[in-house]
Design a protein around this ligand. Structure first.
Ligand SMILES: CC(C)(COP(=O)(O)OP(=O)(O)OC[C@H]1O[C@@H](n2cnc3c(N)ncnc32)[C@H](O)[C@@H]1OP(=O)(O)O)[C@@H](O)C(=O)NCCC(=O)NCCS
Length: 168
């Protein structure tokens, strides 16, 4: 399989929407495509952190990482809260379990190295993401304390973020 992973370009949006629609079978990717569109129109969009996977020129996978803010402690508006948020990630059903999702994860985690944000956060399956270095958010005193709330540290000391909550 000749797999190419590259940043999203201006013509890629429809193919990304289709991959997302077909991957998220439970809701036709409606919420996930809204999330992607929100990122593109929000000013938070970083084209180098929206990666497509292609096989033979066909878009078969996608992952997006974008800046987002941790929540909580409204009485402390000056606390640092800016992080990176990963998701959605999608691979076409007929291309799943061939390592494409893992390749997308490794590529996007490579692309975030050197960014100013202190961590990547995500909501996801606790048996999938730890293999890429994600750890339960509660280990870093981030909320909520649930196995699906995970973070990938980009620096050693994250104590400045303790008590804050992952974005929805
Ligand atoms: C999650 C997803 C991107 C993984 O892509 P992929 O190309 O199948 O991933 P890989 O082939 O690299 O890895 C397959 C591994 O992921 C695991 N996996 C895949 N989907 C999973 C899921 N929904 N829950 C738990 N584990 C899952 C498989 O068990 C497999 O593990 P194994 O290698 O130990 O058997 C893909 O399954 C997908 O698009 N799913 C639908 C959309 C979705 O749920 N996205 C993530 C939201 S958190």
């Amino acid at each position: 399989m000749n797999l190419l992973i590259r940043p999203e370009g201006p013509a890629d949006a429809p193919a990304i929407a289709e991959v997302t629609r077909l991957a998220f079978t439970y809701n036709d990717g409606l919420r996930e495509n809204e999330m992607i569109e929100e990122i593109r129109t929000s000013g938070r969009f970083l084209p180098n952190l929206s990666l497509v996977a292609e096989v033979g020129g066909r878009t078969v996978g996608h992952v997006i990482v974008a800046p987002a803010d941790l929540r909580g402690e409204p009485e402390n508006p000056d606390r640092p809260r800016r992080v990176l948020y990963l998701g959605p990630i999608s691979v076409l059903p007929e291309f799943q379990r061939r390592g494409i999702g893992s390749d997308l994860m490794r590529a996007v985690l490579g692309a975030v190295q050197g960014r100013p944000e202190p961590m990547v956060v995500l909501w996801g399956h606790s048996d999938y993401y730890p293999r890429f270095g994600f750890r339960r958010a509660a280990e870093f005193s981030l909320h909520p304390d649930t196995p699906t709330a995970m973070i990938y540290p980009l620096r050693n000391d994250l104590s400045a973020y303790a008590g804050l909550e992952l974005p929805a």
